[in-house]
Design a protein around this ligand. Structure first.
Ligand SMILES: C[S@@+](CC[C@H](N)C(=O)[O-])C[C@H]1O[C@@H](n2cnc3c(N)ncnc32)[C@H](O)[C@@H]1O
Length: 293
């Protein structure tokens, strides 16, 4: 009975501005990596790999049982599910994403695990409105895809409580390093960078977000860079590899990277995987924690 009441109240709590259908379709096309089953699997593996860092960030941000959290650009909701366990039955997680398919996945997993404190909402992070402000906003690997991150920060500013905190984990630099090096690896980085720029996103978005947050009334609490030195066949090696598997075919089909380069790239990676000397430095992420004044 109480649970039903909570669910009904949740339905009324959020009013997402869904935008006109055409606008949503245009925005959907902008999410570079799409929502294929392969991308869903990649996001699952990526979450598993970076899960300890996510819990650590939530802890430093102050998210606790009873908190209300907005998971912006939640994707299939792997982080939302962990957040739901963290905030407990007295808390709430609002999971917002453009992809109906990803949200269906989240709803199915939440339902089959009896998790009721998640409210999955289809909408655009640029134009959402909550009827009740939240304690926390969490966002991971969303801002690098956005054409206008400042607009999203402005939306967050009006939907978070004064004294509430935002925690953002995203890319600070595309500073991969492969040892022993290979020229085709450098050509891949140049192709990723160029395609990302032309899609309207910014793979180095965390360099500009602290300033944007301050412009919208946030105080920066913490800036923490994160990188890993991965050995072949470890999770931190295989995680970027799963990204290349999804993304390189797109780069080839759009003409940013040739099929010959793609073949050469995989030969080089296979060789590194047989060597006990190989090392991969992952691109630097930055955790930002900021508080609304
Ligand atoms: C790389 S995924 C990250 C998913 C999740 N945050 C995680 O860490 O696993 C990026 C997500 O952002 C969503 N997205 C991109 N642009 C968006 C927008 N304008 N509004 C809402 N969601 C958006 C995509 O649909 C996708 O699910």
């Amino acid at each position: 009975m109480l649970n039903n009441l909570i669910i009904i109240m949740n339905v009324f709590l959020i009013h997402i501005c869904r935008g006109k259908t055409k606008g949503m379709d245009e925005i959907k096309m902008n999410y570079l990596l799409g929502s294929s089953d392969e991308e869903l699997g990649r996001l699952a593996f990526q979450h598993e790999t970076w899960r300890p860092e996510a819990f650590d960030l939530w802890d430093r941000t102050g998210i606790k049982p009873g908190s209300s959290v907005l998971d912006l650009g939640c994707g299939p909701g792997f982080a939302s599910l962990d957040l739901a366990n963290l905030v407990g039955l007295n808390g709430k997680v609002i999971s917002l994403d453009l992809s109906r398919k990803f949200l269906n996945h989240l709803n199915q997993v939440a339902t089959s695990n009896g998790i009721k404190q998640i409210q999955a909402e289809e909408g655009n992070v640029e134009s959402f409105v909550l009827s009740e402000k939240v304690d926390f906003v969490y966002s991971r690997w969303l801002f690098c895809f956005l054409r206008d991150p400042g607009k999203v920060v402005a939306q967050v500013a009006v939907n978070i409580k004064s004294g509430g905190r935002i925690a953002i984990c995203d890319y600070f630099a595309l500073d991969y390093l492969l040892f022993p090096g290979a020229p085709v690896f450098d050509r891949l980085l140049a192709a990723v960078s160029e395609s990302w720029r032309l899609s309207g996103g910014n793979i180095r978005v965390q360099q500009s977000l602290p300033g944007m947050l301050e412009q919208h009334g946030f105080k920066i609490i913490e800036l923490m860079p994160i990188t890993r030195i991965a050995r072949p066949n470890s999770a931190h090696w295989n995680c970027p590899k799963s990204f290349w598997k999804v993304f390189i075919p797109q780069l080839v089909s759009k003409g940013f990277f040739s099929q010959t380069d793609s073949d050469e790239f995989w030969i080089e990676i296979n060789e590194r995987e047989k060597s006990s000397f190989a090392i991969l430095k992952t691109p630097t992420l930055l955790d930002i924690i900021a508080e609304k004044l």
